[in-house]
Design a protein around this ligand. Sequence first.
Ligand SMILES: *Cc1c(COP(=O)(O)O)cnc(C)c1O
Length: 818
Amino acid sequence: MSRMNVDLNSVRTMDTAQVEQGIRRILEQSLGVEPDEATPGDYWEALSLLVREINLDRIRNTRREEKDGSVRRVYYLSLEFLVGRLLGNNLHNLGIYHQAEKATASFGVNLSDVLEYETDPALGNGGLGRLAACFLDSLTTLNVPAFGYGINYRFGLFKQGFVGGKQVESPDAWREDSFPWGIEKPKRKQVVRLYGQVREVDGKAYWDDTQEVLGVPWDLPVTGYNTERVNTLRLWEGRATEGFDLNSFDAGRYQDSRFREILAENISQVLYPNDSHPEGKELRLIQQYFFVACSLADLIARYKREHEGWEQFTSKVVIQLNDTHPAIAVPELLRILMDEEDFVFTKALEICRSVFCYTNHTLLPEALETWSQGLIARVLPRHMQLIYKINYHFLHNEVEKHWPGDHQMKNRLSIIEEPNNPAEPQMVRMAYLSVIGSHKVNGVAALHSSLVKQKLFPEFDELWPDKIVNVTNGVTPRRWLANCNPELAELIDSTLKSDWQSDLARLGELKVWADDPEFQKKFARIKRDNKVALASVIDELCGVKVNPDAIFDVQIKRLHEYKRQQLNLLHIMAVYRRLLEDPDLDVPHRVFIFAAKAAPGYLVAKNIIYAINRLADRVNNDRRIRDKLKVIFLPNYRVSLAEKIIPAADVSEQISTAGFEASGTGNMKLALNGALTIGTMDGANVEIAEEVGEENIFIFGKTVEEVSDLRQRGYNPRDIYQHNEELKAVIDWLASGDLSPDEPDAFRPLVESLLDSDYFLTLADYQSYSDAHDRIVKAWKAPSYWWRMAIINTASMGKFSSDRSIVDYCKTIWNIGL
Ligand SMILES: *Cc1c(COP(=O)(O)O)cnc(C)c1O
């Protein structure tokens, strides 16, 4: 990292007295309160404003350092950035966490209470958005010049509550709480055009009669660990264009100017609350184009400030598309190059293909975005023309050259999907557009990338054998170990005496301690402390007392049938039945902990939540089983809740149907904090098993090949149901209405989905799953064996640092030397 001319790596710091003075100054002069009257909220605000001052200073330095234009900048385009709370993370990255702790203590307040005051910015659904946030952290830490671009949603993902055990959603107007991090940049606003029509004059296209909306940027600073670089997350907000639109009014189109206002107000209102199901909504397409258009205009303006001409564009700019959500960027850049910069089509396409890269996150057919041709043609008429142009060029030059005369192949690879029924619209396949418009395409774990090559895009892989690559996901060890588990971080610090936070592979050195009784004792003690802390959160949120000496078995992730919370549910019901049959059973106490939001329109997912809550109610109040089993569903899963659960987990449930979880990152966070995984050979679990060794993970269930064999043979869940006595009893019990006497049919959607199709093979994997749980119980009974495994898990997570992911992106995709 010596190529930097201003040394962002010589990090300046502050001592406790300086932090204390800073807090006092801001309390008195900005917030107008005396330190002895200030609430924890005031301290949070004061400390945040202090950090903001430091960040602003450093952003200026970073910009100054980059001015000479010698670097290639990474632009990460994502509809979601699940950044989590920022104060604790910033203090840590700035190296003043302990100073802040002492400074607040000197005012008689506890820093951890102060940090609790912050609201989570709810700018993402789940893994995809959290990945974007971990990547920004690592890009900055690795000193890579980078921008994140997204949308500043007014209403983030909904807040989840339970009423009688059922999920209820309420809007999360997170920005209405005080939020000192974002800085509006009105000077950098952009105009975005929509609708209208295209005229062609002398072979040149003019896109006219458009509706216009403004995009105003709102910047969040992105700090890194041990660097003075501060990158920027630029989030766009929709506004109506200023002033009265006399043109529209004169023409008697009053409706139009009003329409524009409504549109602008709506654009950045909501984050679509779906994880891996796209919404076929016009507004969603407009959101995608809006943030893409603003971001491209912004990055081109920056390029032009720093460079003459377009020659260097492809060596100075790389744009990563996080899933297909920003795929409309391909025709948008093409439009700018051709219509505004006078490039010919082939040259413009070549430029697109050297700056764009696309990350695929899913194989789920229903999650592969398509938009109807008619919708795109109406909202973005010029872009629809350009999509046809790209498609024509691709099919008639590239596909024709590789598969001469093969019309079927042209149909198969066309960006435009012809409907089976001519009454249906043609659909635009955004994934194909992304592959065709990009330089590299990556999957997010080794298994997933090989399935992307073999199942999703085999023809593209044949046509362009080097295009599809793998970069396994990762998580930032700063947030997901150092910050959320300070006791464990301290134990590691004092044991390794090396900077594992910027070189996570160093954790491997912990392996020599795995059998050391003293080290095991310390490791176990920390886990117990964290469990005591979580137990009090559970008591507060659910009113249930749990035993910190029980096994804490957690499944925390979006609720989806492919993630199979229902498999976990069926097994817990079986455990409960076993205890009722023999309350003296010699088994460890177990607490099963869930946290998950279900998409509001996803009925079976909501039904699973309701079933778990109903079961929890029954189990937690049943005196007969003497507290041997508890079931907890923590409401409103989000980053700050994950940070409390993960350090306290003993067992990590990663039980998706093989072939469906692209990577997972929750699996990495949990193993990093010493939880043992019970999981299928899916996503990054495969690589986790490889790293920790098969003897330190509880693998069960069908592999990808076995899943596909079973499907081919013809899978009938009723066969399994009929032949597995315990499973049958449990499903019958669920169907009986006993858990919901007020609503006997309540669980019919779930039961029907299990018995009629069981698309995700829950029953097929049940016995193997139950057996794996029996192995867990056995391992728990031998503590020195258990803690050895737990320590090896933490020690083996080096590969799963998002720093390693970013190094891989730099090498294999972005062509950036570090
Ligand atoms: C890590 C994380 C996820 C992703 O979890 P998976 O188990 O990989 O699906 C989702 N939501 C939040 C809040 C997270 O922190």
